[in-house]
Design a protein around this ligand. Structure first.
Ligand code: 13P
Ligand code: SF4
Length: 303
């Protein structure tokens, strides 16, 4: 089957099975092109909590599809590539978090959505990179355990100095590997470009940014901005929409290392196979799901 045949089959299967295809901003161009909805973690969770279709094909990584299942238990959620995981999400376990909670019994627990259902179930509230500040500000406790991303946690701690943010040692392998020297090099090449950075980057990089935000916030900022050149400090998948929406603007990736191999696993073929065989369904323990849902619902209420 060539690419057009696969696309035709996917569209046919979507109708037959009452399915919707959602994709994260880091997915490969072909996948973003056929998706019904493309967005950041927050936009995708919101969409999946209200969509009518019976089947959700989640083109992203495991915690994202799992969040869709937590919010929509009666829907079938398929992750086209079963082993597309997020290494950061695996840097905290429910057991280790329980231990941390014992050390700080009065602290609230905020977990980044890049976490497992078991960790969400141990948390008071979830957040994404687009709303972390709002969520932390809405918590009435001073002490807050923030898992698992130390970089997003540090960014929040700086912005909300009256809170005591207890950081975890997790990080995104893709964003964390970029160094100040990489940014200096690209800034020398494009001195008049604005630097747009994801908060999963190291704090020294975030301090250099003209704008800090989620993937969607970066895309929206570049669209609205009157500037013409931008250095993009997040995974290269966002370049698809940035270039499509802004054909006259210039975008330079902050570092060639900004590639998430797990996000790149999903292809048109794996979407087709998942839908055809209805394979790679997300299944969850109901007790864990209900507890995790509370943390996600609280986040969706605040926004
Ligand atoms: P966004 O919510 O900004 O899309 O980020 C998700 C993610 O995994 C970033 O690495
Ligand atoms: Fe996880 Fe980083 Fe990939 Fe996002 S980019 S899915 S945080 S490994």
């Amino acid at each position: 089957m060539d690419k057009n045949d696969i696309i035709r089959k996917i569209l046919q299967l979507k109708k037959e099975k009452d399915a919707v295809i959602v994709a994260h901003n880091y997915q490969v161009d072909d996948v973003q092109e056929i998706a019904d909805m493309v967005g950041d973690s927050f936009a995708l969770s919101k969409y999946c909590s209200s969509v009518d279709s019976q089947v959700i094909v989640f083109c992203g990584v495991h915690f994202m599809a799992e969040s869709a299942k937590i919010l929509s238990p009666h829907k079938t959620v398929l992750l086209p590539e079963a082993d597309a995981g997020c290494p950061m999400a695996d840097m905290v376990t429910a057991e280790a978090l329980r231990e941390e909670k014992r050390k700080y019994p009065n602290a609230a627990v905020v977990c980044y959505i890049n976490s497992t259902a078991e960790v969400k179930a141990e948390s008071d509230i979830c957040c994404t990179s687009s709303n972390a500040l709002k969520i932390v500000e809405a918590i009435d406790k001073k002490d807050i355990i923030f898992v698992p991303d130390q970089n997003l946690g540090s960014y929040i701690a700086k912005a909300v100095p009256d809170k005591n943010i207890i950081l975890w040692k997790g990080f995104c392998v893709t964003h964390h590997r970029v160094k100040v020297s990489d940014v200096q090099k690209i800034k020398e090449l494009h001195p008049d470009a604005l630097l747009l950075i994801h908060p999963e980057c190291r704090p020294e990089l975030v301090d250099m940014a003209d704008f800090v935000g989620s993937t969607k916030q970066i895309i929206d900022f570049a669209y609205k901005s009157e500037a013409e050149k931008f250095i993009i400090g997040t995974e290269m998948g966002v370049l698809y929409k940035l270039k499509k929406d802004n054909p006259d603007k210039m975008f330079y990736l902050m570092s060639p290392g900004l590639l998430c191999p797990n996000m790149k696993k999903t292809s048109l073929r794996s979407i087709y196979e998942a839908l055809d065989k209805m394979q790679n369904k997300i299944e969850l323990d109901e007790d864990i799901r209900l507890k995790a849902k509370k943390a996600l619902d609280r986040m969706l209420e605040i926004g």
